[in-house]
Design a protein around this ligand. Structure first.
Ligand SMILES: Cc1cc2nc3c(=O)[nH]c(=O)nc-3n(C[C@H](O)[C@H](O)[C@H](O)COP(=O)(O)OP(=O)(O)OC[C@H]3O[C@@H](n4cnc5c(N)ncnc54)[C@H](O)[C@@H]3O)c2cc1C
Length: 324
């Protein structure tokens, strides 16, 4: 491991050149592999952080653990798909350590990123991407570039994107800013080494969930094993149904892109439409019109199509009506 200085934060403040340590469940592994080499590490996992209501919105401290967030009564009641998404990730032991801030900023699980003998533009800019023509079963079908086809692995971030969460930060010059969760992580373009839009030393302090989320919510994760496996693909759906018409439709997809993929084309196809299986199929097709497979991951395109359709059937209760 490369030498580094370590300090424990006493209060939430940001400094250039610093890397923050949450639960360490991703960063420490990457430091051991020397893929990450921070010179100055500041532990923010013990900063005071809680989950509280403010004018109907929910504020979540960045140091709140995934376990605490998933179990919180307000989250379970009003933002159930966030609780489901969190509980589908990792293990209870990992969730006890992993923090809200760290979960957003965890790095890809692309095996070429972890294998330092292989070319990876994310790990070493300009070195190439062995995943393009390699084993790419887990890789992106939307928003990828010729430089990187890695996907973001978080379940939590997918639910946060669909819930229109906002991430509040402090920059190194002491300014506060608010970033929509859908914009926190970025597509690879020609700079896949940059996972997110935060500046050097910018600290996540809080996440805000807006009041009055849609009443019907669902998070579904497709994976190779029933537990302790990253998503092959996943979906978070939230919507309301009034007089059989869909409203406030929000959909995000996981395991398909370098960031949680807000399915805005599908949302537009569904908003204001009657609950109807053919509309679900049109929405899925609209979202996937630009999807591109790289060989091993071609199967994700029909899989995501089916996932969108079945998730919509279940969240609108159409399946129950049909089977009644
Ligand atoms: C075996 C295993 C299985 C897993 N399975 C899943 C899974 O199925 N689904 C899933 O979603 N995840 C899974 N994970 C990943 C796990 O959820 C993440 O490792 C965890 O959420 C990261 O949180 P952390 O607090 O430990 O982050 P850390 O490892 O401490 O940090 C991660 C990154 O976030 C930065 N950071 C941390 N806090 C802040 C802050 N407040 N402000 C700015 N930057 C910050 C760090 O500098 C670092 O770059 C798995 C992990 C393991 C080891």
């Amino acid at each position: 491991m490369t030498p580094f200085s370590f300090e424990r934060a006493e209060k939430a403040s940001a400094s250039a050149g610093v890397r923050y340590l949450g639960g360490g469940t991703n960063l420490i592994d990457l430091m051991k592999l020397e893929i990450e080499r921070p010179e100055r590490l500041v532990d923010v996992s013990r900063l005071p952080g809680d989950i509280r209501e403010s004018d109907g919105a929910i504020l979540i401290g960045a140091s709140v653990t995934n376990a605490a967030l998933s179990a919180d009564p307000l989250i379970r009641e009003r933002y159930a798909m966030l609780s489901t998404a969190l509980l589908s990730g990792a293990t209870q032991q990992l969730r006890n350590k992993a923090t809200t801030g760290g979960n957003f900023l965890q790095r890809t699980r692309c095996h070429y990123f972890y294998d330092t003998a292989r070319a990876c533009n994310k790990r070493e800019p300009g070195s190439g991407c062995d995943a393009l023509d390699g084993h790419n079963r887990f890789h992106a079908i939307l928003g990828a570039s010729e430089h990187c086809i890695a996907v973001h692995p978080s379940d939590m971030a997918v639910a946060m994107a669909a819930l229109d969460a906002e991430v509040r930060t402090i920059t190194a010059d002491g300014e506060g800013r608010t970033i929509p969760a859908t914009d926190l992580l970025r597509l690879p373009g020609d700079a896949p080494e940059r996972d997110h839009v935060l500046d050097d030393g910018e600290l996540i302090v809080e996440v805000r969930l807006p009041a009055n989320p849609p009443a019907r919510q669902l998070y579904r994760k497709v994976r190779d094993r029933a537990s302790y496996a990253f998503a092959v693909v996943s979906i978070a759906v939230a919507l309301d149904v009034e007089d059989n018409v869909m409203k406030n439709v929000r959909i995000a997809l996981g395991g398909v892109a370098h960031k949680p993929w807000r399915a805005d084309k599908a949302e537009r196809a569904l908003e204001g439409a009657f609950v109807d299986a053919s509309v679900f199929a049109q929405a899925a097709d609209a979202e996937l019109q630009d999807a591109v497979g790289r060989g091993d991951n071609d199967f994700k395109i029909p899989l995501v199509r089916r996932l969108i359709i079945t998730a919509l059937r279940d969240v609108t209760d159409l399946s129950k009506e049909h089977s009644a």
